[in-house]
Design a binder for this molecule. Sequence first.
Ligand code: AMP
Length: 283
Amino acid sequence: MKVIETISAMRADVQSARAAGKTIGLVPTMGALHAGHVSLIDAARAACDYVIVTIFVNPTQFAPTEDLGAYPRTPEADLAACRGHGADAVFMPGVAEMYPPGALTDVRVRALGERLCGRDRPVHFGGVCTVVAKLFNIVPADKAFFGQKDFQQTVVIKRMAADLNFPVEVVVCPTVREADGLAMSSRNAYLTPAQRRQAPAVYGALQVGREMISRSHPPAREVIEAMRGRLAAQAPEGQIDYVAVVNPDTLDDVETTGGPVAIALAVRLGRARLIDNIVISSQ
Ligand code: AMP
């Protein structure tokens, strides 16, 4: 497995794989890899001839008040995980390589990036889109793999790829969870033991919503109220950023739940901001 730190070496490597007729799979991450990330590497390995994992804690997707400095960094364990799951190359650029001085361009997917998490994190999706656009240009891949756990991110990136004509297929892989339902996240490391015990309420609230919708398609506001009730009861330390029932394509709030919907929520528990979602596509 190659470990590559410069854009020019990454371009040369991907070009030689392409010249050998290989299909390219790209797995963008911020490192601190866990089983959720690994599932993306496995999916890429199964679907593509040449698998490139990127590890880059992207500063432009963090607001100054957020956790860029504290974000967990475990490069040696990450490289071992990539190697163990058959990655062919890992791209680990430094910040100066990705953002040389003088850059003035950023990529923004209007509206979609402003809803849900975008309300609480107004700079976040601009940073995500900018870095993912750069990665798509540096590593022209056939397929790029993203996790359903970051549902809004998948919607935003699919839109960006279509709008900017990136010739890449965006593949969305299922959320990987702990045994008690908590979606795996690098930020779960911030939870104290007491907060960790409350954290499964996030997925519990989603299940409350899913059961209500499959039983009787109630108005969305009733679903949201019941989910908030579950969170208040089972995660008393949690501060709810949002609980929403939305159209899975436009991310607009819906009033009724008879059609395809996504239920999504974000809850702050101590230093961790936990997000999770379920998409109910056919009813
Ligand atoms: P991150 O390192 O948090 O930027 O995540 C990198 C990629 O891994 C993103 O596409 C995430 O959606 C995905 N990912 C993170 N956690 C999970 C999970 N629990 N299950 C599936 N994919 C995940």
